[in-house]
Design a protein around this ligand. Structure first.
Ligand code: G4P
Length: 283
């Protein structure tokens, strides 16, 4: 993921969102199952008020399944329809049609009372960059009608994808701006690869990831890299360098390279299924 997010980007994304939201009944909001709150932008609540909402825990294959269930319960407790999906492999996609009907049931009922029958639901997919919007649209539509990759401006003009007689989907997803201002949130977005690595201190970032993994998934680093935490995060990183044979200038440990390996292993699920945040205790 390579992007930097400037105030100009945010203003443009917000304007696009305001325009497109007028056209739709349902917002399909994608969040990353590993960090379901940090990968949301709560501004969508304000922008999308009076619209039906379906929340998708995407990349559910990379997150712990027990936690996925807890998060679904959390979002459902807030009154949203929520489903977990793996857009890359198509997991959970079959349940989307019925989830859409469920999320729109009040609207459909209102229409029915006003004598409007069989009007298709118009929906738009939204989420922060790299959360999987294009992959999801492709999986749902069953063909490559939305370009994957984060390339704004690929589609000109509004195009609707007719999923069936009941649902039409705007083919251009709405891009929500990530909220990096909060340190914790920024860090988690960096762990999952949503912030350009070049602007981050890779070693520092991986030390933070080591700290978090050791707290929530004790033993995982030992199992994967034979690395222990007794000497602290940076020492643990050195052990990872040793176990992965990251050496420079003949004998020095290349901790920068080791940091990259750790982050990559985490992002690609090679450390197993890991969720980095829990639903707030307040429900
Ligand atoms: P965006 O439109 O929201 O910006 O995201 P996009 O669909 O481009 O997806 C971003 C990356 O996330 C892609 O990986 C995509 O394959 C991956 N992805 C999307 N959904 C899922 C999912 O449910 N599970 C997993 N494991 N990955 C998912 P990439 O590395 O950029 O491309 P590629 O190597 O997969 O082609």
């Amino acid at each position: 993921m390579h992007f930097q997010w400037y105030p100009g980007h945010m203003t443009k994304a917000r304007r696009m969102m305001q325009e497109n939201i007028k056209l739709i009944d349902l917002i399909i909001e994608l969040v990353d199952a590993r960090i379901p709150l940090s990968s949301r932008n709560p501004d969508i609540d304000e922008l999308g008020r009076n619209k039906s909402r379906l929340i998708l825990l995407n990349k559910a294959d990379l997150a712990q399944d027990k936690k996925n269930e807890e998060w679904l319960e959390y979002f459902r407790g807030k009154g949203y329809t929520a489903v977990k999906v793996n857009s890359k492999k198509g997991g959970g996609i079959k349940s989307i049609q019925s989830a859409i009907q469920e999320a729109c049931k009040e609207k459909t009922e209102r229409d029915r009372k006003r004598g409007i029958l069989n009007r298709p639901v118009r929906a738009m997919v939204v989420g922060i960059p790299n959360v999987g919007k294009s992959t999801f649209i492709n999986a749902l539509a069953g063909k490559a009608c939305a370009k994957t990759g984060n390339k704004p401006g690929v589609t000109k003009g509004k195009q609707w994808i007719r999923l069936n007689k009941n649902v039409e989907l705007l083919d251009t997803p709405g891009i929500l701006w990530p909220k990096f201002e909060d340190q914790e949130v920024g860090l988690k977005l960096a762990f999952i690869g949503s912030i350009k690595d070049e602007i981050l201190q890779t070693e520092e970032l991986s030390a933070e990831l080591i700290r978090l993994l050791d707290r929530d998934y004790p033993g995982i680093l030992e199992e994967k890299y034979a690395a222990q935490m007794s000497g602290g995060c940076y020492d643990c990183l050195r052990q990872i360098a040793k176990s992965r044979n990251c050496i420079i200038r003949g004998s020095e440990l290349d901790t920068e390279k080791a940091a990259g390996i750790l982050l990559d292993d985490f992002r690609n699920g090679r450390l197993g299924r890991i969720t980095l945040e829990n639903p707030p205790a307040d429900g």
